[in-house]
Design a protein around this ligand. Sequence first.
Ligand SMILES: *Cc1c(COP(=O)(O)O)cnc(C)c1O
Length: 336
Amino acid sequence: MNGAAALQPFPRESLALLPTPLVGLPRLAAALGGPRILMKRDDQTGLATGGNKARKLEFLVGDAPARGCDALITGGAQQSNHCRQTAAAAAACGLECHLVLGGDEPGRAEGNLLLDRLLGARVHWAGSHRKGEGIPALAEELRAAGRRPYEIPYGGSSPLGALGFAVAAGELAAQLEETGLRPSAIVFASSSGGTQAGLMVGARLFGLAPQVTGICIDKAADEGLDFSDRVLAIANGAAALVGLGERAFGPEDVVLRREFTGGGYGVVGELERRAIGLLARTEGVLADPVYSGRALGALVSMIEAGEFEKDGTVLFWHTGGTPAIFAYSDSLAEGN
Ligand SMILES: *Cc1c(COP(=O)(O)O)cnc(C)c1O
């Protein structure tokens, strides 16, 4: 099947600066004495300091005009990168943006929350709900007030949003072909599932061979659905959209590592601190404390455990999250 042709029918809003660079991390690899490490720099997608959500938003925001929408609604944690990028996408497209954020209004807006405010988003506080549970009720309220909101699920992880990462897989396949390198695995932070699901679909569409290996970064169960099942449902939903069928994938296709969730979502531990320091000091590249830092910590542990051939290649997909560094200054400063 022609991957590009399968993705062609879906309207896309151009929001990300693509392709993102594919770079080597020779000094990190030398420090670990392990395999060659490549890094896909989705921290450089542009859109208000970059990150992986820009790719999903291209398809989600691209779908909004046909539905006559004049506002975007989404939700997440207080330091959600997805919400910050949605706020930027809304601003760039002249749409209103409403965010349902976990927690209560803090005394000082920092990191992503500060950027949400600068980008003109309206923030609604949701207390203990940090996964956008309040989106449908807010959408109802806005409709009653005469608005036409477009609902974007937590993390932008619907089958349609996941197509952004099917595109990304095609982008990577072309870049790898140029380098002639064949990584055995693609390692990245997996949290609402769209990145992983999209990469699975894209790997099928574009004949990308590395094992798509998600690092689960959130211990908490999701809507009562097991996280692997959630990834599988999004992957099969996205596969159906592009003509691969509704049962393109089975449970065995979802490769998720769940032993690196430490103290839970957003709790910075030694794993994250060490990995963030290592990447910064060997390569001059920043990883965030919640997602990319934890996933990188997992990769470092896997390399140190001898999971990869020393003369092999592994790819780390940097999913962004830079602004969160400034909201976690206390826990990052310890020992760094
Ligand atoms: C959202 C996010 C992820 C996880 O991607 P999902 O598609 O939600 O699984 C990883 N890294 C960063 C920085 C993110 O913001």
